[in-house]
Design a protein around this ligand. Sequence first.
Ligand code: ADP
Ligand code: MN
Ligand code: MN
Ligand code: MN
Ligand code: MN
Length: 361
Amino acid sequence: MQRSDAERHSIVSTHRPYHCEDAPVSFKAEYIWIDGTEPTAELRSKTKVLADGAEPGVWGFDGSSTNQAEGHASDRVLQPVFTCPDPIRGGDNILVLCEVLNIDGTAHETNHRAALRTVAERFAAQESIFGIEQEYTFLTEDGRPLGFPEGGFPAPQGPYYCGVGAGKVVGREIVEKHLDACMEAGLAICGINAEVMPGQWEFQIGPVGPLEVSDHMWVARWLLHRIAEDYNVVVSLDAKPAKGDWNGAGAHTNFSTKAMREGYDAIITACESLGASQDIVMEHVTQYGSGVEERLTGKHETAPWNVYSYGVSNRGASVRIPWQVEVDKKGYIEDRRPNANVDPYVVTRLLVNTCCSALEK
Ligand code: ADP
Ligand code: MN
Ligand code: MN
Ligand code: MN
Ligand code: MN
């Protein structure tokens, strides 16, 4: 959010240490990073108070408390890579997304952004862009999806997707606050919708480049957890939060290169490359988030996890070519396999690597 100097001053002046008029003004930088929790990494953050005008520099943390180090050599380094206004605290405060490094400056093994940087750079000429659809589920503190009655189930799926009205949607207040927060932070959020299962929602980030979509996705996830925290609501990226006849939660990943945005041959080449061998199929799907076999069953608008297919308009295929793309003979493809809990740095790296290698030939 842009503020005038006068407004800015009236906000930051309340942050003068000890309310002392002569003390330097300062602001808060929330350093955010991705931890080493298995099988699905989680977000961590802590606050640094900086003097007015200061840049957020490298910082450190105790890696032995985040599954990123042993106690006897616990220091890990936070390298800022993306900053934006902090819509939670407002004013001049900022969010600072970081890569985790070892003390010798090398990327920590849990830092998947580093590998994406290399691949994105190698294929930069192909101008890859992504839109990721993040599905997620609100849970009560004891683990029940919002809208599920205690000890039972709501009416079967049908009225909930893009629904309106009490009894059909739950959690909208949080969802609206999250959308506003993402927009205020300047993230490339492009939409939201209520999902097929009660308590399940989606937001989309894109279409922007691989590093940008991933950085924005992690910050958007952090904002969602942070806002829901104020309501004692848990945000779950579990791929199958309710067992049985309920939709899972995915992260459909929409992808195009310049050539795909200009012609249909490149669209088909990309689709074919993702199924070129069973090794490639498995390389992708085993890194598309934990619990992928539970969600990609062949039911509930999914393809079986270990069998690759693609098709026009087919929501039962691994990869869908949207109908408009077939009509226009150009556009993008949708990889429907990634789980809600996928690391965006990983899925974008795999897609760029596999598709751009094939398109390069
Ligand atoms: P659906 O729910 O029908 O699968 P959504 O509207 O939720 O689709 O998401 C479509 C996504 O496709 C959006 O995130 C958008 O940013 C992305 N997208 C649109 N055009 C392109 C493109 N040329 N390349 C990559 N992604 C794109
Ligand atoms: Mn301490
Ligand atoms: Mn969608
Ligand atoms: Mn969806
Ligand atoms: Mn989709």
